[in-house]
Design a protein around this ligand. Sequence first.
Ligand code: 2F8
Ligand code: CA
Length: 118
Amino acid sequence: RYQNYGWKYYRGSFYYFSTSKANWQASRNYCTARGADLVVINDAFENNFTREVKRIAWIGLYRSGSNWRWVDGSYLSSRASYWAPKEPNNSGNREDRGEIWLYNNIENWNDAPWADAN
Ligand code: 2F8
Ligand code: CA
């Protein structure tokens, strides 16, 4: 159904590209049940690699109040970020999770509601 799915190896880590749609928390549970977690994106190379999913997909970013954090506990403010232009915009005042959005070459993240099935 999708062009890219399954486990892929890249620069020392394995990444799972899923074909199913689920909300952010269910997606994270799917990962942790397999000893993994939603992806934490460290740099532009890794960010570009995630684009191979070629569709909207959850990443391990969540908003806690006004702070964006990765699932490893780190604060995005101290890390590289690749939001699409004008994102995160908290559209409808209900967007609190990060997704790969494929807006353009590198700046490709959007904030979206956690309950969306991505
Ligand atoms: O135009 C940007 C805007 O597009 C959508 O809202 C209209 C997205 N909504 C969802 O993904 C649910 C917004 O997050 C995005 O900012
Ligand atoms: Ca948004």
